[in-house]
Design a protein around this ligand. Sequence first.
Ligand code: RM4
Ligand code: MN
Ligand code: MN
Length: 424
Amino acid sequence: MNITKSQIQAFEPDEFHERSLAILSEKLEKSGLDITDLISKIAAFQIAIPSWALGAGGTRFGRFSIGGEPRNLEEKLEDIGILAQLTKKTEAVSLHIPWDIPEDYMQIKAKAESLGLKFDAMNSNTFQDYGQKESYKMGSLGNASKSIRDQAIAHNVEVIRIGEKIGSKALTVWLADGSNFPGQAHFRNSLQWTIDSLKGIYREMPSDWKLLLEYKPYEPNFYHTIIPDWGTSSLICSQLGDRAKVLVDLGHHLPNTNIEQIVATLMHQNQLAGFHFNDSKYGDDDLTTGSIKPYQLFLIFCELVGGASDGAQAWDSISWMIDASHNVKDPLEDLIQALEAIAIAYAKALLVDRSKLEEAQNSGDVAGAQEILQAAFQTDVRSLVAEARMQSGGAADPLEVYRSLKVRENLIKERGTGSKATGL
Ligand code: RM4
Ligand code: MN
Ligand code: MN
């Protein structure tokens, strides 16, 4: 399905848009902020979409199809193209191998280009068996068996080679490796095997590539995970080299973890690779970004904006991607909501008066510091975000346009009700 520019522009912003924007601009300019600069920063911020997020996700109890799911990689790109047109917040796709091995590289590259999309980080998969010789049941890069480790290394190298053909510049490694029961695995040995395997992969990366290393404290293994936290990931990255950095997936933390502090610490050592955005109440990848903890998302962006403006780590060196599973919502609607929530959190973080905050911090003014953060967080920036999107050619209200144009209904007509996208 194709959406045209004029179809998008036929939808006017609501009657309050101009007035809301005028009032907000007046207020922000009074506090010394430059509206044009804010709008261009918000418009420039782009978040990649993973190729596995366009179909219905499921739990171990079941999976309920949403209909019209993309049947192949081309159709996945088309879905992301729709998101890009409506939101102007994404211009890249992140592929998961072997879920999405391109059949014809030239053709897939051309297809992406025609939709204005690039290829972001490549994702390897050694957490499932996909017809390879030896099973990953007991782990992959950290498996006790050398031949299984070698097979997992070879898979990652193959993913790098595929990525090179389509213009990707990064490899994301998430390991399911760990154990379910005490005594099942040797902690130190499995960590060392993992480090050695990752060194083998790192050596094979082209010199302009980066390696993004995820951590996760549980699932699918429930007793121990070889890379459970940012500290372990950071320790491994330091042994690999400068181009290996820690990837923060928001769903990969135990309850109440201070993720914003992790972000600050990683930026402090120039080791933040990027983000996988999602929100979670209990587990991993569960919910739409910003649907449960928007304040936390804002605080994370405060650290990002602060770290970049203080020169701790360059903004452009950080990768951004959504990584969520959509169980009950239309994935495209869910992604529209997530992109909006991320843009809003970023926009609010840009409003924080950082020098006043530092003054409050240094003088022990606890209440004052809280006021500064809350003042930014409570500001309704939706008109600013909408304006940035419209100036880039996107929709005033992407979800409304999506629904009015009956995108899902059209996709179902095109692809049927029973189509099933590869992925989670
Ligand atoms: C994992 C992790 C990875 C993603 C898989 C599908 O929990 O977040 O990034 O590739 O899920
Ligand atoms: Mn992830
Ligand atoms: Mn995850």
